[in-house]
Write a protein that binds this ligand. Structure first.
Ligand code: SAM
Length: 196
């Protein structure tokens, strides 16, 4: 018998629980269909985490946090600092705030934000993003300029993108930051960084 569309819709709305080991530390995440990669940690996200050097007192920002794996990982690694997570999708922000609690973190908060528009004058040691694939060059430029503005001197911007964006990253990171480092190019994803 065919499942009823209502039963299927209800199933889609139900939160999923994802247990994941990130760089040797166990985390749990509430997710649901409709947010990015709800059933497993994205391959690009996992690749990116290998290239984050986080000090205990770092202030960190996760731009485009989804349900929060990157920001929550950074908050756990920098217990004396403060981590902000931003996303333009309110469902993602709700999940991220629930996941901050679920992982017993007191030093993190998720906010609804288009790019970094919800920020005032906060400055960070580390700004990280699994860049949304369909973001468009104009928005990417904005992310870059805003990242430069919101980094402390010596702070680092680290992103993972699909390989197709790596030349764009190299050119624009050099333009905005005056430097570019290709941390890793995998089969599908590239991790790029720049330092202020
Ligand atoms: C590739 S997903 C990464 C999600 C999460 N960081 C992870 O690693 O699983 C990109 C995220 O960026 C968010 N996003 C897209 N455009 C955005 C914008 N203009 N401002 C803020 N977030 C945005 C999407 O809603 C999505 O959650």
């Amino acid at each position: 018998m065919c499942p009823s569309p209502i039963a299927e819709a209800v199933k889609i709305r139900q939160p999923l629980l994802l247990k994941a080991d990130l760089q040797g530390t166990p985390f749990q995440f509430e997710t649901s269909f409709g947010v990015f990669s709800p059933k497993e940690i994205d391959e690009g996200t996992r690749l990116l985490l290998n290239y984050l050097e986080i000090e205990e007192d770092f202030d960190c920002l996760d731009l485009g946090c989804g349900y929060g794996p990157i920001g929550i990982y950074m908050a756990a690694k920098s217990p004396q600092g403060r981590t902000l997570l931003l996303d333009k999708d309110f469902v993602a922000v709700d999940h991220a705030n629930a996941n901050i609690k679920l992982n017993n973190l007191k030093n993190a908060k998720a906010l609804l934000s288009n790019g970094m528009s919800a920020l005032k004058d906060e400055k960070f040691d580390l700004i990280v993003s699994n860049i949304p694939a369909k973001v468009g060059n104009e928005m990417l430029y904005l992310f870059l300029y805003d990242a430069f503005y919101h980094l402390k001197p010596g702070g680092k911007f680290v992103v993972v993108t699909v390989n197709g964006l790596r030349h764009f990253c190299k050119r624009t990171f050099n333009e905005v930051f005056g430097n570019y480092k290709k941390e890793k190019q995998g089969k599908t994803y590239t991790v790029s960084s720049a330092t202020k």
